[in-house]
Design a protein around this ligand. Structure first.
Ligand code: ASP
Ligand code: MG
Length: 420
């Protein structure tokens, strides 16, 4: 059994949906669990619906949702003929679910409504894909993942109940493969024991696929993207970015930790625990092998570059020039926990602490204010955090040339530079 994950970009046009159909046809005879994200930028569009609803702008919310509806209905017309009426009914069930809610007034917290509304993106895209596959006679079974993936009620960042989900996968998913080769379901979403929808965090579909790969003991997982595979840098920022044909699980965990936008950070562990290889392949060029990520150590990697823009440096000094000891540091960590913000880089000096964080203005303001009760606080904004794994002197010089460097941290593998 294999697990395939198709992201939003792989189904954002008629041609691309047809292309996914071709990829699945090319794997005829294999058992594949297919996880699909919401189409194109649907999740962003649905976030706007949530905002309007929560701010009490009901008409705007309905109007914005109508745009999402139309987009799906228009696509469906091109994708189905024989199965069109039934397929339209499938989509309409989900429309009704959301519209009912939008007619209410918000009485619960924002994150709850976020999940109830945003989850429809994945339900719609997978229903559409499943009906399109029926149309081209690729037999498949569509599953509402909310009946399978059980989570807690930590809305927008829900945690998986592994034991319950395992039982469901064994009882309800595995038997389906006796009748069909392809089972289609949603990434990114789950449900609580009270049948409330939940989501696993933005870009969480990679993680969903890994959960299924783990629980099904899959032979491999493939993430289909619009790039050749994993690169050593973001090709949009670096024209000379190169393709990496193999990486170890640990390298990918490190890359994700430093902010590389390759794969959702939670994806690797479930695969690593069962030694399931992860392939990252290009849906536009399925003939290419892509990148393989596995337990095999990979040596002689080129420098791997991660750039994070919009960084803030907080310089915290003790008010009385006393040493900044453990007591100060632990109070600072308590603040991080309460404000729910994580530093990207920290450095201790004798009388000051430097920390670099993503610029989330509301959180930074709160943090600076709270910290000012303990420290003298200085804030610098508009900074860039550069991380180079497997750095060389030349790469370091090239990327820091002419920059004002505020902070550097170096291990044998990795150098991080905060610069202006
Ligand atoms: N549709 C969700 C998002 O855009 C989940 C995903 O694509 O992985 O964040
Ligand atoms: Mg996505």
């Amino acid at each position: 059994m294999k697990v395939f994950k198709f992201g939003g970009a792989s189904i954002n046009s008629i041609e691309r949906i047809q292309n996914v159909g071709k990829i699945l046809q090319a794997h005829k005879g294999e058992k594949i669990l297919v996880i699909i994200s919401a189409m194109g930028k649907t999740t962003n569009a649905l976030e706007k619906v949530v905002d309007a609803f929560f701010e009490g702008r009901k008409d705007d919310a309905l109007k914005l949702f109508a745009q999402v509806k139309d987009q799906h209905l228009n696509m469906l017309k091109y994708l189905t003929t024989l199965h069109w009426a039934a397929a339209e009914d499938h989509l309409k069930d989900f429309f009704t679910e959301i519209e009912w809610l939008l007619h209410d007034k918000p009485v619960r917290e924002y994150d709850y409504y976020y999940d109830q509304i945003v989850c429809s993106g994945e339900l719609l895209s997978t229903a559409m894909m499943s009906d399109y596959l029926n149309e081209i006679e690729v037999k498949n079974k569509w599953i509402d993942v909310r009946d399978i993936v059980r989570t807690d009620d930590n809305f927008r960042d829900a945690n998986i109940d592994w034991a319950f989900t395992q039982q469901k996968v064994t009882d309800s998913i595995e038997p389906l493969f006796k009748d069909v080769d392809i089972v289609i379901t949603q990434g990114f979403i789950g449900a609580t024991d009270e049948n409330e929808s939940t989501t696993l965090g933005r870009e969480g579909s990679d993680y969903s696929a890994a959960i299924f790969a783990n629980l099904l003991n899959a032979e491999s997982q493939t993430i289909w993207k619009d790039v050749e595979g994993v690169m050593n840098a973001d090709p949009k920022q670096f024209a000379d970015a190169t393709f990496l044909d193999a990486l170890s699980y640990n390298e990918v965990i490190e890359m994700a930790y430093y902010g590389a936008q390759v794969i959702h950070p939670k994806t690797i562990k479930p695969l690593q625990n069962k030694n399931i290889p992860l392939h990252v392949r290009c849906f536009l060029q399925p003939e290419l092998a892509g990148t393989i990520i596995s337990g095999k150590p990979v040596h002689n990697l080129p420098p791997i570059i991660v750039v994070k823009e919009k960084q803030v440096l907080l310089e915290l000094s003790s008010k009385d020039f006393s040493f900044v000891g453990e007591a100060y540091v632990s109070r600072l960590y308590e603040l991080f926990a309460t404000i729910k913000i994580r530093p990207n880089l920290m450095q201790n000096g004798a009388i000051s602490l430097l920390c670099c964080l993503d610029d989330r203005p509301d959180k930074i303001e709160k943090l600076a204010l709270a910290a000012s009760e303990i420290f003298d606080v200085q804030v610098k904004k508009e900074l860039t955090l550069l991380t180079i794994r497997h750095y060389t002197r030349e790469k370091y010089d090239e990327l820091t040339k002419g920059k004002n460097i505020l902070l550097t941290q170096r291990t044998t593998e990795t150098v991080q530079v905060l610069m202006q």
